[in-house]
Design a binder for this molecule. Sequence first.
Ligand SMILES: Nc1ncnc2c1ncn2[C@@H]1O[C@H](COP(=O)(O)OP(=O)(O)OP(=O)(O)O)[C@@H](O)[C@H]1O
Length: 255
Amino acid sequence: MPILKLEKITQEFGGLRALDSVDLEVREREIFGVIGPNGAGKTTLFNIITGIYVPTEGDLLFKGKKLNGLPAHKIASLGIARTFQNIRLFGRLSVEDNVKIGSMALMPAGFWSSLLGLPSERKAGRKAEEKSRFLLKMLGLYEKRKEYASSLAYGEQRKLEIARALALEPSLLLLDEPAAGMNPAEKDELMDLIRRIRDDMGITILLVEHDMHLVMNICERIAAFDYGRKIAEGSPDRVKNDERVIMSYLGDLGE
Ligand SMILES: Nc1ncnc2c1ncn2[C@@H]1O[C@H](COP(=O)(O)OP(=O)(O)OP(=O)(O)O)[C@@H](O)[C@H]1O
């Protein structure tokens, strides 16, 4: 059974069809890439999967259960976490607090127990602390844990977003242009990190990315979109050599 299945998903904005009857299956523990030119519908796809938009038509299934119409926080608590194309961190909070905030979505009835300092809350707090330490070490940000998130370099902020998403303990992680703004060394490090998240943590990865070198090197399967339609799908080799994909990128698929 695929971990994520989209059946004939259509998203309309006024007269515009941002996604047109899209079928997609992501298998458990795979690294799946979504590519396409600007405006192809990639971010819309992520917004549907994470409950930001309710699709005009079609079904969305996660581990066999329908997600249609569920609010974003509910979908997140079921195990789908994401990062954003435009970084969304709490700039005036410390690096470690940004990660702990990711954990808070998993905590029991927050307000009263934290006000009363109940044991359950203290235990959850300790767990959040440990998790934050583990994730920050894994992402190479531990030394900077006390700094403001806004003081981090751009590539580090992208990694912090990933740490925060991982604090949610997802089984599916959506990465929206994770390599944007990174230099070649940071991109290599990111590829290694994405592989470790899958291999060591068993998390399925769905990513949108314009950097073809990264996509072709780490994804096991890729779906290419253009004008809201899926125009090709398969292994990197297959997609890279697909005529329609080459046409929609004007032949610019050089790695
Ligand atoms: N909330 C919205 N309201 C109206 N139109 C929208 C909305 N969101 C997206 N669109 C339109 O839907 C189409 C697909 O947009 P989307 O952002 O999903 O593309 P994309 O593939 O992610 O592009 P990019 O690579 O530039 O991020 C575009 O024509 C866009 O203008």
